[in-house]
Design a protein around this ligand. Structure first.
Ligand SMILES: Nc1ncnc2c1ncn2[C@@H]1O[C@H](COP(=O)(O)OP(=O)(O)OP(=O)(O)O)[C@@H](O)[C@H]1O
Ligand SMILES: [Mg+2]
Length: 345
């Protein structure tokens, strides 16, 4: 029995570009699939095909049990979509935007009003509800757009980069909303460029690159494939490197790598922050002075390097966008050039 979102062999070309190059997906009911990939990977194209906005060149898709190509109108009635760029009417207030959606879906005016009020509250827009959306900040528009996608409580939802452009607090709030939705039985496909987000929300993750799914699995499986967590230590004195190496070996789950010239030692670990604290105590107890220590978790960059042997290649100008603040706190420092050589195939 196929899941709530099912796709088989989706291909979509734009001239020479194979935006989708044979994508298969299967998302069980009431779960979240994270479609993870860099700019130009094909994420939006996949969402557009699955939400009936774009016809694939070939392949098949079934959403909420309905064939997307044969019955697009029925599919549209069963899904909610929040696109990559918020689609709100600038000249209506937040409240009017939501009521309008309800009316488009033939809700009674009373029901549409009640639902709008509920969602404005839920998305922390109640105070701004009666201002035109023109006056909203980017994050407020994004939240209004997501609220609009939820007016009719669709069984299947698509969110294309829902948290891009949100500050950490708003991102966290949205994550909470998403988790509630899914607990209530909604099936969700979301796209993201951030492993951390997929990690937090998705039951299963598909990593896409150049229109192909290059890896799939749970976040733990992908990270394990990538080498998982590691502790990195920069010791203050070269003379302490050998002893530090012995200490790390005692905690490590694999071989310790040593970079002589930077006095940096790296070892794969499991156990997170608790283990990091133990490592610090042990080094301290032996009088080994350290310049820097950190728990590094694999980033999307690491996953890509590990899977493809190259860094995620941005395909367009948007690639210059910085990741949202705080997206990968454990790795905020020196992401670039941190590519672990041993991971490259
Ligand atoms: N309408 C179109 N006409 C021509 N090329 C297109 C069109 N839509 C997408 N493409 C190309 O298809 C590829 C996949 O684009 P898509 O928008 O699906 O990527 P994405 O993964 O959503 O990227 P981003 O993270 O930047 O949103 C890109 O090379 C893009 O330039
Ligand atoms: Mg996109």
């Amino acid at each position: 029995m196929p899941g709530a979102i099912y796709a088989e062999g989706l291909v979509k070309t734009f001239g020479d570009v194979r935006a989708l190059d044979g994508v298969d997906l299967d998302v069980p009911e009431a779960t979240v699939l994270g479609l993870l990939g860099p700019n130009g990977a094909g994420k939006t194209t996949a969402v557009r095909v699955l939400t009936t906005l774009l016809r694939p060149d070939s392949g098949r898709a079934v959403v909420a049990g309905i064939d997307v190509l044969k019955h697009p109108n029925e599919v549209r009635r069963s899904i909610g979509l929040s696109g990559q760029f918020a689609a709100v009417d600038e000249y209506l207030t937040g409240r009017e935007n939501l009521q309008m959606v309800g009316q488009l879906y033939q809700m009674s005016s009373k029901a549409a009003k009640a639902r709008a009020a509920e969602l404005l509250e839920r998305f922390h827009l109640a105070d701004a509800a009666d201002r035109t959306a023109k006056t909203y900040s980017g994050g407020m528009r994004r939240r209004l757009d997501l609220a609009a996608a939820l007016v009719v409580r669709p069984p299947v939802m698509f969110m294309d980069e829902p948290t891009t452009g949100l500050d950490p607090r708003n991102r966290q709030q949205l994550w909470d909303v998403i988790q509630e939705l899914v607990a209530g039985g909604t099936t969700l496909l979301l796209t993201t460029q951030y492993l951390e987000e997929a990690d937090h929300l998705a039951h299963d993750i598909c990593v896409v690159d150049h229109g192909k799914v290059i890896a799939r699995g749970t976040s733990d499986q992908l990270k394990a494939q990538t080498g998982g967590e590691r502790v990195e230590v920069v010791v203050h004195e070269r003379d302490h490197m050998a002893e530090a190496r012995t200490v790390l070996a005692g905690f490590g789950k694999g071989e310790t790598t040593v970079e002589e010239h930077t006095r940096k030692l790296t070892v794969p670990v499991t156990g997170g922050a608790k283990l990091l604290a133990e490592v610090i105590r042990e080094l301290d107890g032996r009088g080994i002075e350290i310049d820097d220590i950190g728990l590094r978790r694999p980033t999307l960059d690491d996953v890509f390097i590990s899977l493809t042997g190259h860094a995620a290649q941005p395909a367009d100008a948007a690639a210059g966008d910085a990741p949202p603040t705080g997206a990968e706190p454990a790795d905020a420092k020196g992401r670039k050039g941190q590519a672990r050589k041993e991971a490259v195939k």
